[in-house]
Write a protein that binds this ligand. Structure first.
Ligand code: TNX
Length: 551
């Protein structure tokens, strides 16, 4: 300041201006120049301050709270923000990525009020969100992804569209939970900068819903698909028939649904999906890169079919419809030709509207079928399903038959059966009832659920590993895991949510994340941080006292 003051008087020589005028100019000149400097300096200081401002801890915490836990996360300390100007770019010639972008933009619109534009691009953009294929990283497989987030650009690349979809589920969890709300929320939509490399441990991560004991509407099934897809589940198995009800329209055997679908446990009205409704469920799941696995349980668990068509019974007489919860009393007549015609028609109609690779043939608890009848029956059923172009999954009992090598045995009860399947060249889907059955009560005070296999609290649900649970069933034998929700005691969507949450995120993590990355003490903290997400999504979850809920 002094320097300036002294400089100016020197230049006043020979200007012919009066002292007064000089004073005015000096004062104004000083003030003007000084002010300009001060403003510039403070602006620069503010910029410096803003750029090294401490990152918002909640934004960074979300990076450490992901479920399932990614293979690797490197935080870089900054923030990327979704604003009204953010554009989602998708690499040209990838229509699947465009659909993913639409799904995500739609999902965020109501809460954020942002109408994110989606544009195709030939070259990577300098800013915005960029979805692309050609990650050129073999280890990512079909579902892995690389996510690189800088302050200006969120770039998500994968080998396949499924990988981009899974990566987007990670992005969803990096945003505030409020972004999931169905009504407009105040907030800034910040994501921590980082690079994440991620891919699943198991290719098959399933959820089963029993729509036979109690029937659930298409809307309920879609909501369930939505919720599980956000934890990177990729298979939804629908248990479509049982003693209490037949739930899918078979055009060549219409009484299956007309009569066999007309009740459920407790005697309620039941219901069924028309083939168009089933196709809609399949489409909805496909949009989320989830395959539907249809199950028609046989030769037991068939009272609804037997009640609809007397000719399927060995004595030719149709039994009454059944609305209790006993198991193991019904069987198709394995000696009659009509039984195989029936199965062929059913498998043919369902396979034609199921794009996924699998058809589940049940095969469990056939206590009313002799072993001598069961074995040749299953062998014939395998040929039928195979002829309709589907791979077979069956409950572990099927392994007492001679299996085709491409058959998958779903181990729920007898590990020995699993080993028999492996010995025949087959693979295993792990669903040990005492660890992963979602219809098992949490503890003795739970109002819902059964407990014949175990009480399964949230910690017990998490603390096991499919590859080491059974001696003789190793990782290379296992295609993955499935969490099954049987619905004897589950009557509505709230009941579904209460049994599925908060256990399912843990199962999803067991299926996705490397075993070496998993630890209950650390996981329970991440799970506790999902509370707000559950609240915003209106999930009616069980507030286990094993979890440090944070809301
Ligand atoms: C056993 S698991 C069953 C189902 C029941 C369930 C109840 C399996 C293959 N069969 O029929 O609904 O227990 O927990």
């Amino acid at each position: 300041m002094r320097f300036l003051f002294e400089m100016n008087p020197k230049s006043k020589k020979n200007t012919g201006l009066s002292k007064n005028k000089w004073q005015t100019i000096l004062i104004f000149g000083f003030n003007f120049l000084t002010m300009k400097k001060i403003i510039l300096i403070s602006l620069a200081a503010m910029l410096v301050l803003a750029s090294c401002k401490k990152p918002d801890p909640t934004v960074q915490t979300r990076l450490e709270s992901l479920i399932p836990k990614p293979v690797s996360v490197n935080a870089t300390g900054g923030e990327f923000e979704l604003t009204a100007k953010t554009i989602i770019y998708v690499s040209e010639g990838t229509p699947e990525l465009f659909s993913i972008a639409e799904l995500m933009a739609d999902g965020w619109r109501s809460a954020t009020g942002l109408a994110l534009k989606i544009e195709k691009t030939k070259t990577p953009p300098p800013s915005g969100i960029y979805l692309s294929l050609g990650a050129n990283d073999k280890a990512l497989g079909d579902e892995g992804y690389n996510l690189t987030i800088t302050k200006r650009l969120l770039s998500l690349s994968a080998n396949q569209p499924a990988g981009v979809f899974r990566g987007m589920q990670t992005v969803r969890q990096l945003l505030p939970a409020a972004a999931e709300s169905s009504s407009l929320q105040k907030g800034s939509w910040k994501i921590a900068t980082a690079s994440i490399r991620d891919f699943p441990t198991y290719g098959h991560r399933g959820f089963m819903l029993d729509v036979a004991r109690h029937f659930f509407s298409v809307e309920d099934v879609k909501r369930s698909i939505d919720l599980v897809s956000s934890y990177k589940i990729n298979q939804v198995h629908l248990h479509l028939s049982d003693d209490q009800g037949w739930r899918i329209e078979i055009k060549s055997w219409p009484k299956l649904t007309e009569h066999g679908g007309s009740t459920q446990v407790g005697g309620g009205a039941g219901g069924f999906y028309t083939q168009d409704q089933y196709k809609e469920i399949v489409r909805y799941a496909q949009e989320r890169f989830i395959a539907i696995i249809p199950e028609i349980d046989m030769p037991g668990h068939t009272n609804a079919a037997l009640a609809s068509y007397p000719e399927l019974n060995c004595n030719g007489k149709a039994p009454q419809l059944y609305s209790g919860i006993e198991v193991g009393f019904s069987t198709l007549c394995t000696k009659k030709e009509i039984t195989y015609k029936f199965i062929d028609d059913v498998v043919s109609e369902i396979s034609a509207i199921t794009p996924g690779p699998y058809f589940h043939v049940g095969g469990d608890e056939s206590h009313a079928t002799t072993k001598e009848d069961y074995i040749p029956f299953m062998e014939r059923v395998q040929d039928i399903v195979f002829a309709h172009g589907k791979k077979i999954i069956g409950w572990d009992e099927i392994a007492i038959s001679k299996l085709r090598p491409e058959v998958v045995a779903q181990v729920w009860s007898e590990a020995e059966n699993g080993k028999k399947a492996i010995a025949q060249g087959g693979k295993i889907l792990m669903s040990p009832a005492n660890k992963i059955y979602l219809d098992m009560s949490y503890d003795s005070t739970s109002k819902l659920g059964l407990h014949w296999a175990a009480y399964i609290e949230v910690d017990s649900a998490y603390q096991w590993d499919p590859a080491t649970l059974v001696k003789g069933i190793a990782k290379e034998n296992i295609i993955g895991i499935e969490a099954a929700l049987w619905s004897e005691t589950i009557k509505n969507l709230n009941d579904i949510e209460y049994m599925v949450f908060p256990r399912l995120p843990g199962y999803a993590e067991i299926g996705w994340s490397p075993e070496s990355n998993r630890n209950w003490e650390e996981y329970k903290v991440r799970l506790g941080r999902q509370a707000e997400r559950f609240r915003v999504l209106n999930i009616d979850y069980y507030r286990s006292n094993k979890v440090p809920w944070q809301d």
